[in-house]
Design a protein. Structure first.
Length: 167
């Protein structure tokens, strides 16, 4: 049987995964901003040329640029989703979840903690481990999707650039 200290270590490990995911997403958002700044500053004349000769623009070229723009914007959205907290409380109050703790007065919380059985505390830890693991998984999936979509968007942008140079 797991000890309370084992559960606390497991919860800390899961919270570490969430922190790592948030750090990766923040770094990726900065990278996205850097790459987009470089790309759009270097292709500004191309975009301006496209606006000037929009009537001559091939439908395929236009479609490629629209898809690239949509994918890059969607990637930003997915990156942001992976770091924006979604906080909700359960009907049953937890002794370790900050949102539930904040709902108690100091004396009520102190009373709850002092009267809590070890089994109840362990159950709260197990629930927190499970819930935080689900949060970590969602964050990593959103970040993975953001990276994949961003790379596909960049590929479409380069294909559009190549078509522009050919025409």
């Amino acid at each position: 049987m797991l000890l309370k200290s084992d559960l606390e270590v497991s919860l800390e490990r899961v919270i570490g995964w969430i922190r790592a995911s948030d750090q990766k997403a923040s770094i990726f958002l900065a990278f996205q901003g850097f790459v987009i700044t470089i790309i759009f500053s270097s292709v500004y004349h191309i975009i301006r040329g496209l606006v000037i000769k929009i009537s001559c623009l091939n439908l395929l070229d236009l479609f490629i640029y629209i898809v690239a723009l949509f994918l890059i914007v969607f990637s930003f959205y997915k990156s942001l989703v992976s770091i924006i907290p979604k906080i909700k409380t359960n009907e049953k109050k937890s002794l370790i979840f900050f949102l539930d703790i904040a709902g108690y007065s100091l004396s009520d919380y102190e009373n709850k903690i002092n009267n809590a059985e070890e089994d109840e505390y362990k159950k709260n830890l197990i629930e927190a481990i499970h819930q935080n693991s689900k949060i970590a998984l969602k964050k990593y999936i959103a970040l993975k999707n953001a990276i994949i979509v961003f790379l596909i968007g960049i590929i479409f942008l380069f294909i559009g650039f190549i078509f522009y140079k050919i025409n």
